[in-house]
Ligand binder design. Structure first.
Ligand code: KG4
Ligand code: ZN
Length: 390
């Protein structure tokens, strides 16, 4: 079983090919895995712009697909086609940029692939559509079944993977599990009853945590994406033991609320007011703000996870999404798990941010559970697709 997977939900165009190696335990090897980031383009604007993301995905789609297939030794040149199949023209009539690129694919040989998986949401709809339309075109040209995959589910299963000699395996997770999904677009606490059965326990009421990192970074004059830069400054403040009496304590919003929801926009506003009151910021001030911000959000995450673990009797905590790359947050969530005797799963750094491997592995789990692919016509981008199981 070989799966080609495609991810275009935000500012990364990503493709991967994985091949299942054993059924029990479910394991696979990675034949190819590529991520092309648009960060350099978006950082000029301080955030991700959907129309620009769409254009860049369309530009990158075919070259990155070819590279992915070549790497997996699955690329071959077929007979040159004098005309583009009408079905392809009909399918991509709303996406002429992609259609122009996809013409080249018509003269490729059909790769030896059993399934195609594509992110159908959540994310930026114009960006998601590029992946979905491209995937539909490949499914049509090569007659390969197409599976729509939820991006957040992808983050969950990317986080639990265990490295093997030839690739990765999916461990036997002790359920119920709790998943903390923290990214630029989402902050969710998800109750995972078993593989594929999820319900949202709590989520952010305003900004996502990654968005808060990015906005605070911008207030400090740092470029998008701000998460890693804030994290670096905070680490310096701690290792240099900088003491500042100028920086006020930041709020810990909803720390003691009765639910499992989050709110991060208040912390960002508090940083804004603090900066306005301080005037000119020294390097030490910036480091102290970063440290206090990281302390505040970490305290909220740890407290809410603790409450949710106790509430659900979770045996396992799965942490996923771009912000799970944050060392301080990782350390504190690991300590929490140790103290509660809960097994933590935290992704390898390169699997914490968006990639296509996470989409491929989720599809592999679906296929092994016997999930049938829907008709490609019914697959649509859904920017606010929920992870709740129907
Ligand atoms: O999951 P992801 O790659 O994309 C979305 O689906 O949003 O997450 C990107 C987010 C950005 O907001 C970025 O600033 C944040 O993850 N991020 C971090 C770190 N590395 C990435 N935030 C805090 N600390 C980090 N080390
Ligand atoms: Zn993501």
């Amino acid at each position: 079983m070989k799966i080609l997977s495609i991810e275009t939900s935000c500012d990364e165009t990503a493709f991967s090919v994985i091949e299942q190696t054993t059924e029990v335990p479910l394991s696979f090897r990675v034949l190819s895995n590529h991520v092309l980031s648009q960060i350099d383009i978006h950082k000029e604007y301080g955030g991700v712009f959907p129309a620009i993301a769409k254009r860049e995905h369309a530009k990158a789609f075919v070259p990155l697909l070819e590279k992915t297939l070549r790497d997996a030794s699955l690329f071959s040149q077929g007979a040159l086609q004098s005309s583009t199949p009408q079905q392809l023209i009909d399918l991509l009539e709303k996406d002429l940029e992609l259609l122009a690129e996809m013409r080249a694919v018509c003269s490729w040989g059909r790769p030896n692939i059993d399934a195609i998986a594509v992110t159908s949401g959540p994310g930026l709809e114009p960006a998601l559509w590029v992946g979905i339309s491209g995937a539909k075109a490949l499914s049509l040209l090569w007659n390969i079944p197409l599976y729509p995959i939820n991006h957040m589910e992808g983050h969950i299963y990317a986080s639990v993977l265990e490295k093997t000699e030839s690739g990765y395996s999916v461990p036997d997770i002790s359920f119920p599990a709790l998943a903390l999904l923290i990214s630029g677009g989402h902050t969710e606490l998800v109750h995972v009853e078993k593989n594929g059965v999820h319900s949202i326990l709590g989520q952010t009421r305003d900004d996502a945590i990654g968005e808060a990192f990015d906005k605070v970074a911008r207030l400090l004059g740092l470029q998008y994406p701000g998460g890693p830069k804030i994290s670096k400054l905070a680490r310096e403040a701690r290792s240099e033991n900088i003491v500042s009496t100028r920086i006020p304590a930041l709020p810990r919003p909803m720390l003691h609320s009765q639910d499992f929801d989050f709110s991060f926009s208040g912390i960002k506003t508090a940083v804004l007011y603090a900066i306005q009151a301080l005037g000119e910021l020294s390097d030490d001030d910036k480091k102290c703000i970063a440290r206090e911000f990281e302390n505040a959000v970490t305290e909220v995450l740890v407290h809410k996870c603790k409450k949710a673990i106790m509430h659900t009797s979770a045996q396992t905590l799965i942490v996923g999404g771009g912000v799970s790359a944050n060392t301080y947050i990782r350390e504190h969530l690991t300590h929490l798990c140790e103290s509660l005797h809960v097994r933590p799963y935290i992704p390898e750094y390169h699997l914490s941010t968006d990639n296509a491997l996470m989409i491929g592995i989720t599809a592999l789990l679906h296929i092994n559970r016997g999930v049938q692919p829907p008709s490609p016509d019914s697959i649509r981008a859904n920017g606010s697709l929920s992870i709740n199981s129907q």
